[in-house]
Design a protein around this ligand. Structure first.
Ligand SMILES: [Zn+2]
Length: 384
């Protein structure tokens, strides 16, 4: 009777009956944002709080919320909100939200009045979270399942060495000095790396001269994983319009005349006051080239990112390539070490660029990204 008279209605009623969402069998998380110190989750249907399981795990401290009968709705649920919040499809029926913090904290979790399709969880204070909504992530679903844990704070110490300083100005051209430029860039690199959670030390943070062993000593003392020496290049006047661009060096002996020349120039100041015996020791270790393979990898990563950043605004930046040369400042470094020549201050156009904060920021960002990439790959190798 019913059936015959209202076939369409029956069809819809049947549909409703088996529609999981309406009867609470399955829900989906459609969006996640961080706002006002809270993680705000959005769902396709009213959320049944009985289906939330909350527990904690130590080392590092994690607050975990499992949402049962839940799927990640679509691509707008991001991989992670900052380093401290991760959301993933834990298994077919459970979405897991992990909030990592340095110390245990008591999150407040609640459903706001009148919006049963949202859920708010307070985040630990004084943490750097990304304060914006995430845009679509094409691969959201599959990637979420294989996502790896990202530590909030990195442990790898990085030492940044600003070339020259004090009575040693380094290269001078057009009234500008290498020592000033490299200090400015080093500071920006420091800032970029700290933002990424790395402990960073500068060999000098003011205009002062350092002896060779003072430059590497800090790296040894802090057990740095990476040593970066920052310089700017220069060439005699008659060639000043010809030579320009970024060059990244790692320590190794070379037959290349150009690399030899640059090394000789940079070594001159650094070796002043070093006696013959220690010079021989230094030369010896140059030839043995510690950590050459790793340094080469590091140099490639840094160079790549520097070029990409520099060219994002200045397409004509010349690529001087990754090269190797016996730089003494890299000697004795029992860690991957790289020397960067950020550009030629003898080249009028490049000099102008190099002394602009905008270009310095691009280079600094590139260096930091390169180091970050290198260390990430290194960690992966260790994991395997
Ligand atoms: Zn220099």
């Amino acid at each position: 009777m019913f059936k015959r008279k209202y076939p369409v209605l029956v069809f819809f009623m049947t549909l409703l009956l088996f529609s999981p969402s309406l009867f609470g069998a399955m829900n989906s998380m459609t969006r996640a944002i961080v706002k006002k110190g809270e993680l705000r989750l959005f769902f396709a249907h009213p959320l049944d709080q009985k289906k939330i399981r909350h527990f904690t795990l130590p080392n590092p401290h994690r607050e975990i919320y499992d949402f049962k009968d839940m799927r990640l709705g679509h691509s707008r649920v991001p991989l992670g909100l900052g380093n401290n919040v991760r959301i993933a499809q834990n298994n077919t029926n459970t979405v897991r939200v992990v909030i990592e913090s340095q110390k245990p904290f008591n999150p407040t979790a609640y459903q706001p009045l009148f919006s049963k399709d949202t859920y708010h969880i307070s985040l630990p204070k004084n943490s750097a979270y990304i304060q914006k909504d995430f845009t679509s992530n094409k691969h959201g679903y599959t990637k979420l399942q294989v996502q790896k844990t990202t530590p909030k704070r990195h442990t790898e110490v990085i030492v940044i060495d600003s070339g020259h300083g004090g009575h040693d100005s380094g290269a001078i051209a057009g009234g500008k000095r290498e020592k000033d430029l490299v200090l400015r860039i080093s500071r920006k690199v420091e800032k970029q790396l700290k933002k990424r959670g790395f402990p960073v030390f500068l060999t000098r943070s003011s205009d002062r001269f350092l002896k060779l062993h003072e430059r590497t000593r800090i790296a040894d003392r802090k057990d740095a994983k990476v040593f970066i020496s920052i310089h700017a290049n220069s060439i005699e006047k008659r060639k000043q319009d010809k030579m320009e661009g970024i060059e990244t060096f790692f320590l190794q002996n070379t037959r290349d005349e150009r690399s030899k020349r640059i090394a000789a120039r940079e070594n001159e100041a650094v070796l002043k006051g070093t006696d013959r015996v220690s010079k021989n020791v230094i030369i010896d270790s140059v030839l043995n080239g510690p950590k050459i393979v790793e340094s080469n990898k590091l140099a490639i990563d840094i160079h790549k990112r520097m070029m990409a950043n520099a060219r994002s605004l200045y397409r004509d930046v010349k690529d001087g390539g990754v090269r190797h040369a016996p730089f003494y400042v890299l000697v004795g470094a029992s860690r991957p070490s790289v020397l960067i020549e950020v550009g030629y201050i003898s080249h009028p156009k490049e000099r102008q660029r190099l002394f602009s904060a905008e270009y310095q920021n691009l280079l600094a960002k590139g260096i930091a990204e390169g180091i970050e990439n290198y260390l990430r790959n290194r960690r992966r190798e260790i994991d395997l």
